[in-house]
Write a protein that binds this ligand. Sequence first.
Ligand code: HEC
Length: 118
Amino acid sequence: MKRLMCMIAAGLMATAGIAQAQPIGNVEAGREKSQACIACHGETGASDNTAFPMLAGQHADYILYALQAYKSGDRQNAIMNGQAAGLSEKDMRDLAAFYAAQDPALQTLERRAANSER
Ligand code: HEC
C-alpha cells in the first residue's frame, strides 16, 4: 500500500513537471500577432502611456484569461472587446506567451526613484 502511494505521488509529481514545462503558446508567433497591439500597448507591451495597461512581463495565464474575457464579453471595454473579437484561442495563447516573455517594466516607487536619479 505504501509503495502504491509512493508510485502515485511520483506519478503526480511527474505530471505536474510536464504541465509546468509546457508553454502556454508560441512566443515568436505571438510577436507577429502583436503588431495589431503596438499602437496602444507599445512594442513589447510596455507603453509609456498610463491609459494602456502594462503587458510586458505579466503572467501568461492572466493575459490569456483577460483576452478570453474580452472576447466572451465577461469583461467589458469598448476598445478591447473589439480587439479580442477576431482572436482565436491559439492567437490569444501566442500573444500571452509573447508578452509574458518580455522584460517586466513595472516600477516600484524605489525603482522609479533610482531611475530618475540617473
Ligand atoms: C486602441 C488601443 C488598443 C489596442 C490596439 C489594443 N489594446 Fe489592449 N487595452 C487597451 C486599453 C485601453 C485597455 C484597458 C481596458 C480595460 O480597462 O479593461 C487594454 C487592456 C488590455 C489587456 C488587459 C490588461 C490587464 O492588465 O488587465 C490585455 C491583456 C490587452 N489589452 C491585450 C491586447 C492585445 C493582445 C492587443 C492586440 C491584439 C491589444 N490589447 C490591442 C487598448 C488597446
